[in-house]
Design a protein around this ligand. Structure first.
Ligand code: 6PG
Length: 241
């Protein structure tokens, strides 16, 4: 676990953008492509704007970058609460990334159908790769965290925290903020990450991070974030405000 501390979200976002560019170029060099899982919520808004503009936009290997989501609200893609829209406006609408490289979760569809369909699309993506990248994996997953310690749309005390097989699930009951049904990667899917970047800000979330760092086993009883595992390093980007 690596932790980096910043005074403000702007400084944190710039540091993350630089690291994402570096990881992307390494992944394309080593495996021919970079698979990036985006998070929702408010925290990543500036990061997506930075990635969509110079200097970061021109340094990213966009044509070899594949975009996925960690979760999505069950709303239309142009809805104000859509995680797709959150990334589309500042970044994906810029046209750097081929449309076929963008794997949008279909928030407008029946949740259980959309979850199953997304999981099938993930397997097809991994199968249709060159030899060195044929294994189910994501090069980098971005994760926010709620003030209750939720990640993606995996909320405290959810039965989904026990899921061992499915990679994508529907959260049928209205959950989170806004309280709507959702689609989410499960913990086994998140664990396919070669690297994970958490991005959090504020005292409450910083306090949860400290509890996770101090006693992961105890924190895992309360916070889904403490259950997150990855194939490689988990980095926490933490902004004071
Ligand atoms: C979502 C997000 C969720 C988010 C946290 C933090 O769809 O709501 O994926 O997991 O990352 O709720 O959100 P903020 O960045 O707005 O605090």
């Amino acid at each position: 676990m690596r932790a980096l501390f910043f005074d403000e979200i702007a400084e944190m976002s710039r540091a993350m953008a630089a690291e994402i560019v570096r990881l992307a170029r390494e992944a394309v060099e080593e495996r021919g492509r970079f698979s990036l899982v985006l998070t929702g919520g408010r925290t990543p808004a500036l990061l997506y704007e930075l990635l969509g503009n110079p200097p970061f936009a021109s340094d990213m290997p966009w044509l070899s970058t594949w975009i996925f989501w960690g979760d999505e609200r069950c709303v239309a893609p142009d809805h104000a609460a859509s995680n797709f829209r959150l990334a589309h406006e500042p970044l994906l609408s810029r046209g750097f990334i081929p449309a076929e490289n963008i794997f949008r979760m279909q928030g407008e569809a029946v949740p259980s159908v959309a979850a199953h369909s997304y999981e099938e699309r993930l397997h097809r993506f991994w199968a249709a790769s060159n030899k060195s990248d044929a294994v189910p994996a994501f090069d980098l997953i971005l994760l926010g965290m709620g003030n209750d310690g939720h990640v993606a749309s995996l909320f405290p005390e959810s039965d989904l925290l026990l899921e061992k097989n499915r990679l994508v699930a529907a959260v049928e009951e209205a959950s989170g903020e806004p309280p709507v049904p959702r689609l989410t990667l499960t913990l086994p899917a998140i664990a396919l990450a070669r690297r994970i970047f958490f991005m959090i800000s504020g005292e409450a979330k910083k306090g949860i991070f400290s509890e996770i760092k101090r006693d992961p086993a105890k924190a895992a009883r309360s916070y889904p974030a403490a259950l997150v595992r990855a194939q490689g390093e988990i980095s926490w980007f933490i902004a004071e405000k």
